[in-house]
Design a protein around this ligand. Structure first.
Ligand SMILES: Nc1nc2c(ncn2[C@@H]2O[C@H](COP(=O)(O)OP(=O)(O)OP(=O)(O)O)[C@@H](O)[C@H]2O)c(=O)[nH]1
Ligand SMILES: [Mg+2]
Length: 568
């Protein structure tokens, strides 16, 4: 089973009045999965529809590109051949391509290990235990396009396909192989060249592949043409649909579920184009215009539902906003953890605060923000927020839908960019994160770079030395808990940059205020006078405003520029 099953079912079930089955595969296109009860060893098989969110076929209906006037794909009956390929890991085996496409073609085999049929009962070998359930892993084949002229791509095509394989694995699919094609521009009808399409068709037939995943977003027409070219039993989906699907699976709160549902619907809307033109053809043109009318009706329903979703989201967000406003009224600085997915953000939050946020070796483990108070050994405090991780080619619909969640980031005093320094693509991941941060207008917030997973790196000492030479960079191992004191000190130092210098005379009967100044600020000197305690140091701007009635005219020179005082 693939988790993609749920991508359409879950959000759309929020809106029973809209029949999304019209836009998904016919009921006879099913794959089987079973749930095995290991306690009593009873296996219950059941049929489950596989509906990746962009699969848009139904009884001869589907999305057509404007140029496409050919016959609809007839969707075949279930084909579920047992196969001998099982996912073992990503093994690069460069392979010369036969050159079936006019464009330069190359193929890279990412995954494969043959299992002797006699050892494993073919189909049974594809039942895997995931989260305590036995699921059927569908076979997936990955396809990418390397642009000949685009040298500024962050990830090479091989790297991008490896990441796609990881995403597919996270979604519960079994990647059997992958290929890519070098093109100046993607083919508008089929994304890849016709030779490559034929080559992939042969390969997927050989493997018994159920799903072909493209590394870039496909247009509705490309999607439809490719499904037609590969044959009725093969689904085609793209990176965006896969990511949306993973998010849908991971959404644990109402807000996250609504946000993902919204992103999926926005993604679906343009893909409903010309869904009903088959009716006109089937009836020999007698009901001309009927298809157009139906699609308009459906689009209107979908737009209405998007509106309802947005309203629901608004009310959910109101609650969170209230909570945030309350939090902001407490003068503790907010520090946000940002970074590429799987970098170790949640592990760091858990280590520092004893929180119990899910941290696991899977992409997009966290979707909802969690904020906890960190108390450092020297009695300081700050709030630490963990949130959703980023990835290259992050779907814009997702960024838009999660904008409210991500606003937490842009409102923080400091960003901690967590990096998996043991990852071979650490540099590219940093760039991808910076790119998303700039989309969120969060580039101007002070930043601390945290090189995590040094324990996993092959050259930890070398890495630590390198980090020492760099400004605002520290090395930690969140899992082992090493470097955390340095981390807290570095956070304090960086927070100082966003604070202002104050000198305030705190009356003796306001002891609580004095201890808050110590907790949230950086007190440099205290002096006891007959009217109270004279405190000199840095405090967060918001807090400095609260202290205004107690502030003294500058007795000593602030180490910072006088601009800070002007800010007040
Ligand atoms: N070896 C090692 N593994 C780590 C370290 N920090 C985190 N990990 C592992 O990395 C994996 C991902 O950690 P998470 O904390 O879930 O990562 P994340 O950044 O929150 O990921 P998302 O929520 O998907 O964005 C988990 O298996 C962690 O145990 C570390 O310092 N060393
Ligand atoms: Mg996380």
């Amino acid at each position: 089973m693939s988790v993609c099953f749920h991508s359409v079912v879950k959000p759309f079930s929020l809106f029973p009045q809209f029949d999304f089955n019209r836009y998904t595969r016919s009921p006879n296109f099913t794959t089987r999965f079973s749930i095995q009860n290991y306690d009593n060893n009873v296996r219950r098989d059941r049929r489950h529809r596989f509906n990746p969110s962009i699969s848009v076929l139904e009884h001869g209906t589907g999305v057509l590109s404007p140029a496409d006037d050919s016959e609809e794909v007839s969707v075949g009956s279930e084909v579920l051949d047992a196969d001998d390929g099982v996912l073992e890991g990503l093994v690069d085996v460069a392979e010369e391509d036969a050159g079936s496409s006019p464009a330069s073609v190359s193929t890279k085999r990412l995954v494969k290990k043959k299992v002797d049929d006699s050892e494993e009962d073919g189909e049974d070998s594809r039942f895997k235990l995931r989260n305590g359930r036995e699921v059927f892993e569908e076979k997936a084949y990955l396809v990418g396009v390397a642009r000949k002229d685009e040298t500024d791509e962050l990830f090479s095509i091989e790297e991008s396909l490896k990441e796609l394989a990881q995403l597919a694995d996270t979604a519960g699919l079994m990647v059997v192989d992958s290929t890519y094609q070098k093109l100046s521009n993607p083919n508008p009808r089929t994304y890849i060249g016709s030779g490559k399409v034929a080559e992939i068709k042969t390969a997927i037939n050989g493997y018994g592949v159920e799903t072909v995943i493209f590394d870039d977003e496909l247009s509705p027409g490309q999607l439809r043409n490719l499904e037609k070219a590969f044959g009725g039993n093969v689904r085609v989906c793209d990176r965006t649909a896969l990511i949306l699907d993973i998010f849908n699976q991971r959404a644990a709160t109402r807000e996250a579920s609504l946000q993902v549902a919204l992103a999926q619907m926005e993604y679906q809307l343009p893909r409903l184009t010309k869904m009903w033109t088959h009716l006109e053809r089937q009836s020999g043109g007698k009901v001309k215009g009927m298809g157009e009318k139906q699609i308009e009706v459906d689009k209107r329903i979908l737009r209405t539902q998007i509106g309802v979703l947005k309203k629901d989201l608004e009310s959910v967000r109101k609650h969170r906003k209230q909570y945030r406003t309350r939090r902001l009224s407490v003068p503790v600085p907010v520090v946000s953890l940002v970074g590429y997915t799987n970098a170790g953000k949640s592990t760091l939050l858990n280590q520092l605060t004893g929180a119990d946020v899910l941290a696991e070796d899977r992409l997009f483990a966290t979707l909802d923000p969690t904020t906890r108070r960190v108390q450092t050994k020297n009695g300081k405090e700050f709030l630490l927020t963990d949130t959703v991780g980023f990835i290259q080619k992050l779907p814009t619909t997702l960024v838009a839908a999660f904008r409210a969640t991500l606003e937490e980031i842009s409102e923080s005093s400091l960003l901690v960019h967590v990096i998996d320094i043991s990852h071979p693509l650490a540099e590219q991941q940093i760039d991808a994160v910076e790119k998303v941060l700039s989309e969120l207008d969060a580039c101007s917030i002070p930043k601390l770079m945290v090189w995590n997973k040094v324990d996993k790196a092959s050259n930890p000492e070398e890495i630590k030395l390198k980090a020492k030479d760099l400004e605002d960079t520290i090395c930690i191992s969140a899992r082992k808990g090493s470097g955390l004191d340095e981390f807290c000190n570095a956070v304090q130092e960086k927070l100082k940059d966003s604070m202002v210098w104050v000198e305030a005379l705190v009356p003796f009967d306001k002891g609580e205020l004095l201890s808050t100044i110590h907790q949230v600020g950086m007190v440099e000197r205290t002096e006891y006078t007959e009217h109270g305690t004279l405190v000199r140091g840095y405090v967060p701007l918001r807090f400095a405003r609260l202290l205004t009635p107690l502030r003294q005219t500058c007795i000593s020179r602030s180490p910072m520029s006088s601009e800070d005082d002007m800010l007040l």
